[in-house]
Design a protein around this ligand. Structure first.
Ligand SMILES: *Cc1c(COP(=O)(O)O)cnc(C)c1O
Length: 359
């Protein structure tokens, strides 16, 4: 028997949270896109409209993570990700609003220019302490390696008499000063919000929630939410960077930690985690023709802007799964829009040339 929503929310309420987003985020049916694709009933959950600094899934996580920083009396937050990271920008924005100074370790792929555009521009405006590190070409930066860099910066900040809070990429894995999977816990709440909206808007139950998955916290939270609150809803993570094998292990680890932190006793199994790694394209953050075209399709049919790094690839996955008959025509599939739209602009030239044939 699934838990009642109220019971799960009470467990989540034991964790402190600051109020920085608009909740609930809107949810609606994508009537025109569903018809166009001739597929299942597609709904969208607009977590791109959370409100903090252009919105996105990271601000939902940061409600809990910033509360933890405040509880631990941190005055500096140190985190890491890739150069145009939504996570780092949102962390800097949330931290600044609570008087906490952000230090961002940004790993720059060797072939990417470090132009002050998109999230980097916003980081600069926030006056974040930005430290750019070279990532090896074609290599995914490993969490352990990055956490060593964070530790070093943490020691330096302590020596200056400050109290740093080290938080891993995406607020996902339990590492550094984040001792509970707070990012994932925020998405257990996010899943409860989604189910509540669907039930109150016509007694509908979701069959699938599909979203872009990167550091795993969002998916882990959704998986715990789905196991706790529904009898059969499945979470489909579309990887934008990692191969599914090792990545699914990360999601499992985070989901088990969230289950334990909330005391739900769900016993998360590998079979609860579904990751597709077929839609990465040429690599993380590489914009190709399919990305440009899917952004155009969704903007033109529904007036909704996808981002080129995450949500466009998730939508490419959704469309392909529809084409290959993964869903039944009556399935209710929720596409979680996780934000990331500032990344459109640093990619303007590629998008422009793919869509106009000019360069
Ligand atoms: C970070 C991010 C994701 C992935 O979320 P994780 O919890 O890191 O897996 C998806 N979409 C956007 C826009 C993001 O910034």
């Amino acid at each position: 028997m699934p838990y009642r929503i109220q019971d799960v929310l009470e467990r989540i309420d034991r964790f402190p949270r600051v109020d920085i987003i608009h909740r609930p985020t809107p949810m609606r049916k994508l009537v025109r896109l569903s018809a166009r694709l001739g597929g299942p009933e597609i709904y969208i959950k607009r977590d791109d409209l959370t409100g903090l600094a252009f919105g996105g899934n990271k601000s939902r996580k940061l409600e809990f993570i910033v509360a933890d920083m405040l509880e631990k009396k941190a005055d500096v937050v140190i985190t890491w990700a890739s150069l145009q990271s939504n996570w780092c920008m949102q962390t800097a924005a949330a931290a600044r609003t609570f008087g906490i100074k952000p230090i961002l370790m940004l790993f720059k792929p060797a072939d990417h220019p470090a132009t002050a555009d998109g999230n980097v521009l916003l980081d600069v405006i926030l006056d974040a302490d930005i430290r750019i590190l070279e990532a090896e070409k074609g290599q995914i930066v490993k969490s352990a390696q990055a956490m060593d860099v964070l530790d070093e910066a943490g020691r330096e900040v302590k020596a200056q008499g400050h109290r740093p809070y080290l938080v891993p990429v995406g607020g996902s894995l339990v590492r550094g000063d984040m001792e509970k999977p707070l990012g994932a816990i925020s998405y257990v709440a996010g899943f409860a919000e989604l189910v509540e909206e669907m039930r109150s808007g016509g007694g509908i139950e979701p069959d699938y929630v599909l979203h872009a998955t990167g550091s795993g916290g969002t998916q882990a939270g959704l998986v715990v939410g789905a196991r706790a609150l529904t009898s059969s809803c499945r979470i489909l993570g579309i990887s934008v960077s990692d191969p599914k094998g090792p990545f699914s292990d990360d999601v499992s680890e985070i989901a088990r930690a969230a289950d334990e932190a909330l005391g739900l006793g769900l016993e998360i199994m590998p079979g609860d985690i579904t990751v597709f790694d077929e839609y990465i394209g040429e690599g993380y953050a590489v914009v190709d023709r399919d990305v440009a075209e899917v952004i155009r399709l969704v903007f033109q049919t529904e007036g909704i802007v996808l981002d080129p790094v995450y949500t466009a690839k998730a939508m490419i996955g959704l469309i392909d799964l529809i084409k290959t008959g993964f869903f039944k025509p009556t399935d209710k599939v929720v596409f979680l829009h996780t934000g990331g739209t500032p990344a459109l602009f640093p990619n303007r030239e590629k998008i422009f040339s793919f869509l106009t044939g000019k360069d």
